[in-house]
Design a protein around this ligand. Structure first.
Ligand code: HEC
Length: 262
């Protein structure tokens, strides 16, 4: 390759790198001009050493099972994964058994229903997308398995969305079958406010305010989207420790080896 084209390639690569760095540093562009900023919820799993609040995530599971699962699937999760949330085998079996899942065919070639088992994936509320839309005014309730990763703002957004239903401001007309929400892009969402005060009776006696249920289900969904977060962080800390010690050793060896050279 001639010299000048090598130079050109190097210059282009440098420009690309600079561009990427600038893009990473620049503030994220807003999705819509009228976007409102999300309230910061201060979840336990934020920060470098954050972990999931197990009690909150378990309450969030209860909210999902009793309310959200009527419309939203969670198809990447199996009931047995709930053991990682601190539930016992018996509790997991009991939760799985509360749903009926389709299985088969049996010896007669028929499909049949049976109680769920820990190895089953979370049961989807609708057999297919058309059925889901037909039951929801044409709108599709998205699968919630990785919704926390799929939306800007993550768990903060889920919490804000669930607490963000208000009357529309004067002059704004909400379309039929839609609901005004401060935090949904465009502000008109097909999901009716899913949470009402005291809609669930939490097993641990925590008062079920809309705020509490929203925070708990956002925690549960954050765990569902990234169950390995705690492991990843603790491995990261171990690696940093290892590198620090190795660095210290390397420096000590270097000083010893070069001690006689003046
Ligand atoms: C009665 C059915 C129903 C229930 C119950 C319900 N949802 Fe929804 N949900 C929907 C529909 C329909 C949409 C699609 C809305 C749209 O696109 O306008 C939706 C959308 C969503 C979205 C995506 C919003 C976005 O940014 O695209 C999230 C997150 C969500 N729901 C979370 C929940 C949670 C958490 C619960 C339980 C507390 C819940 N939903 C209960 C029907 C429901």
């Amino acid at each position: 390759m001639p010299r000048h084209s090598l130079k050109a390639v190097a210059a282009a690569a440098a420009a690309l790198l600079l561009g990427a760095a600038a893009a990473a540093l620049a503030p994220q562009p807003a999705r819509a001009a009228e976007e409102v900023s999300l309230p910061n919820t201060h979840f336990s799993f934020e920060g470098v050493f954050g972990t999931y609040d197990r009690a909150s995530a378990q309450r969030g599971l209860q909210v999902y099972m009793e309310i959200c699962s009527n419309c939203h699937s969670l198809h990447l999760l199996s009931y047995r994964n709930l053991r990682e949330l601190g539930l016992s085998d018996a509790e997991v079996r009991a939760i799985a058994a509360t749903v009926q899942v389709k299985d088969g065919p049996n010896d007669d070639g028929e499909m049949f229903e049976r109680p769920g088992r820990p190895s089953d994936r979370f049961r989807s509320p609708f057999p297919n997308e058309q059925a889901a839309r037909a039951a929801n005014n044409g709108a599709l309730p998205p699968d919630l398995s990785v919704i926390v990763k799929a939306r800007a703002g993550g768990a903060d957004y889920i919490h804000a969305l669930l607490t963000g239903y208000t009357d529309p401001p004067a002059g704004v007309e909400v379309m039929e079958g839609m609901h005004y929400n401060r935090y949904f892009p465009g502000h008109q969402i097909a999901m009716a406010p899913p949470l009402n005060e005291d809609q669930v009776a939490f097993h641990d006696g925590t008062p079920a305010t809309v705020e509490q249920m929203s925070r708990d289900v956002a925690t549960f969904l954050a765990w569902a989207a990234e169950p390995e977060l705690e492991e990843r962080r603790s491995l990261g800390v171990k690696i940093l420790l290892f590198l620090t010690i190795l660095g210290g050793l390397a420096y000590a060896v270097k000083r010893k080896v070069w001690a006689d050279v003046h």
